[in-house]
Design a protein around this ligand. Structure first.
Ligand code: SF4
Length: 300
């Protein structure tokens, strides 16, 4: 299991030669892990990724600029801490969870118990509402899509709160869009301001418990990160008018793209552009990629 650790022990590079004060601001990482316990955030991550973090925690090297948006996130949390007392801020709760687990070393199934933890950003008891605050990109939620891992994370939090007799009927995310200027929002008709409240559907307690147990097993078995956990963007075949910036249509296989091209009024004016699939998390958001064989094989 992880050791308790704060960001000041993390090794940092300063690839962009920023002044010392900028580095000191950026190095205020607030990573912390409670030994022997799984948080909602950890449970939604890949088993391999968490296992590599445990194994290599003292060898992880980040550039200070990797923390730019973490600093913004922490700043928002400081504002939350100043809210009046009718709001419960960053309450940490935990609950044990028991399940049957096949122990491959002993060759038998046994009852296992682990503790799962939650730290909600903002709990409003009078409204039975739990709010999670995220700095994110508008593209992550375009067309009102709720990221499945966000939905899971909030429902795990709700499960743990409810086990601690803190009722929750409403789950929502307050999204701060870091990439949405006013002009963009008007042009694309997203929303008028770079801020949005997204309602999250609630799961039954039984569904959530089943999901949690499955995710604990993923962690115990240190399973290879799947496509979903790697934030896989599939390969695409784009049908484009020659010289145009935007595609007329996108497909995930060549034959559908070719069929579309032939159906255009002047097929000769169109071409098919291939875009390789990629794993966004592996490429941009995984601190342990240099220890990971999947990364080495695909991107190393
Ligand atoms: S590089 Fe990708 S596959 Fe490897 S641990 Fe990180 S997220 Fe998982």
């Amino acid at each position: 299991m992880y050791k308790e650790r704060k960001g000041d022990k993390m090794k940092y590079t300063n690839n962009y030669k920023l002044p010392e004060y900028a580095c000191d601001i950026l190095k205020q990482d607030t990573y912390d892990k409670q030994e022997g316990k799984y948080s909602a955030t950890e449970l939604i991550n890949g088993g391999l990724m968490n296992a590599l973090i445990r194994k290599h925690q003292d060898d992880i090297i980040k550039d200070v600029t990797d923390n730019i948006w973490t600093v913004f996130g922490n700043a928002v949390h400081s504002y939350i801490e100043n809210l009046p007392s009718k709001y419960v801020k960053e309450l940490r709760v935990e609950t044990p969870i028991e399940f049957e687990y096949y122990n491959p070393d002993k060759g038998v199934s046994e009852t296992m118990e682990v503790t799962i933890t939650s730290k909600g950003d903002l709990y409003i008891p009078g409204e039975k509402r739990l709010v999670d605050v995220k700095n994110t990109s508008k593209y992550a939620t375009m067309y009102n899509k709720v990221k499945p891992e966000w939905e899971a994370q909030l429902n795990i939090n709700r499960y743990i709160y409810k086990k601690n007799l803190l009722p929750i009927e409403h789950l929502e995310i307050l999204c701060f869009y870091k990439d949405l200027g006013k002009i963009d929002s008007m042009k694309h008709d997203f929303c008028d301001i770079p801020l949005e409240v997204i309602k999250i559907p609630t799961w039954t307690m039984e569904e959530t418990e089943e999901y949690i147990i499955d995710r604990v097993k993923v962690q115990l078995e240190e399973r290879q990160c799947n496509e979903f956990e790697r934030w896989r963007k599939p390969e695409q075949y784009k049908v484009k008018k020659r010289g145009a910036k935007r595609a007329t249509a996108n497909f995930n296989n060549y034959s559908d793209a070719e069929e579309k091209r032939f159906k255009m009024k002047k097929p000769g004016e169109y071409e098919i552009e291939y875009h390789k699939g990629e794993d966004k998390r592996c490429l941009e958001y995984c601190d342990v990629k240099r220890f990971c064989n999947y990364y080495k094989e695909n991107y190393g």
